[in-house]
Design a protein around this ligand. Structure first.
Ligand SMILES: [Zn+2]
Length: 350
């Protein structure tokens, strides 16, 4: 297979958005390079399961300095395990995280104790998307579209979570979290409470639903496809990250008949059977290409894949439309030390 070494198409320009789905082993790690007035701002969505050196290698190869924004979709290892290193290496960075907390989750407790002043808790949302970065508009919007108030109310009615004041001891004393939600959540419920994002750039939309499962996604449809969104002509989704690593109980049925997507991404997690989800993306949603990102040594998993995927999104002159160029690459290993790119035309969808 022929490799081309650098650069990604148009990487010398400064008007392209790059959505980098970094192969972090198991889990999610997505780094956005966002053009703003000829410079770049950087957003990291989830930090993967270990293998922090893959994030630093990526940053080094592309000369990425400080990360400006970071968000953790939900408190699971395969999404948040490098978060302390990210906070330490990017001292100006504040971290967005959900305003929901499993009473038993120690990783979040540690964050509260050592980094409390750098955490921004995101609320559940009402009936319309919430723009997290008004300063990047109008070309780029990072919108929160879930979890929804409807879904949270359901969990409260079933007494799975409570909304109350939560007190924690931090390094600087006792802090109070007002209107915090917490409970004895199980794994699936924590997945369901994922922060859900829609990232739009010059007419192209990317849907990232953390590990949200079908139940939460059902309530998100009313926000994604509301009359208001239809009026703004912004109900389409071009690139979709399949939720919960493509597992069967996270198939986004909500999108059927509402939007057609060009690309889908499925990330690795051991023991998750992705066949049905991938089939859904291809046959039902009609995606042109899907990519697997991640690698695992797990013996029951059908593949081991060491590629990462970048979508270069290049606006036309009007700034209202853009072309999407997917690129597959290999991160440096100890033996090669360099990033190798593969042209998408050299690779079949897999
Ligand atoms: Zn999860």
């Amino acid at each position: 297979m022929p490799f081309i070494k650098d650069p990604l198409p148009f990487r010398n320009n400064n008007d392209i958005l790059y959505a980098n789905f970094i192969n972090i082993g198991q889990g999610d790690c997505i780094l956005f390079e966002i053009p703003v007035d000829g410079k770049y701002r950087y957003l990291l969505v989830d930090t993967g399961l270990r293998e922090y050196e893959r994030i630093t290698a990526f940053k080094k190869n592309f000369g990425i300095p400080q990360i400006d924004y970071a968000l953790i979709t939900h408190p699971h290892d395969d999404h948040d395990s490098n978060i302390k290193a990210i906070l330490d290496d990017n001292p100006r960075l504040n971290l967005w995280m959900p305003r929901c907390y499993n009473i038993r989750h120690n990783a979040f407790k540690n964050l509260f104790v050592f980094y409390f002043d750098r955490l921004i808790f995101l609320d559940w949302i009402g009936t319309a998307p919430v723009n997290l970065t008004p300063e990047l508009s109008p070309s780029t919007k990072i919108e929160l579209i879930g979890p929804t108030r409807t879904y949270i109310d359901e969990l409260k009615e079933n007494e799975i979570i409570v909304e109350d004041t939560f007190e924690i001891n931090t390094v600087n004393g006792v802090k109070r979290l007002n209107n915090f939600i917490f409970g004895e959540l199980d794994n699936d419920q924590e997945n369901e409470l994922s922060l859900i994002l829609k990232i739009s750039f010059c007419g192209v939309s990317i849907f990232i639903a953390g590990d949200a499962e079908t139940h939460e996604l059902d309530t998100v449809g009313s926000i994604l496809f509301s009359e208001e969104e239809k009026r703004k002509n912004s109900t389409h989704i071009d690139i979709i990250k399949l939720n919960h690593h493509g597992s069967e109980n996270a198939i986004p049925y909500i999108l059927v008949g509402k939007t057609s997507s060009q690309y889908a991404i499925v990330t690795t997690f051991a023991n998750v059977d992705q066949k049905k989800s991938v089939k859904f993306a291809k046959d039902t949603l009609g995606v042109e290409e899907y990519y697997r990102v991640g690698h695992t040594e797990h013996k029951n998993l059908a593949y081991i894949n060491r590629d990462s995927v970048t979508f270069a999104i290049k606006p036309d002159k009007s700034g209202k439309k853009a072309v999407i160029v997917p690129m597959i690459y290999k991160l440096p290993t100890q033996t090669t030390g360099e990033i190798f790119f593969i042209r998408p035309s050299d690779v079949e969808s897999r």
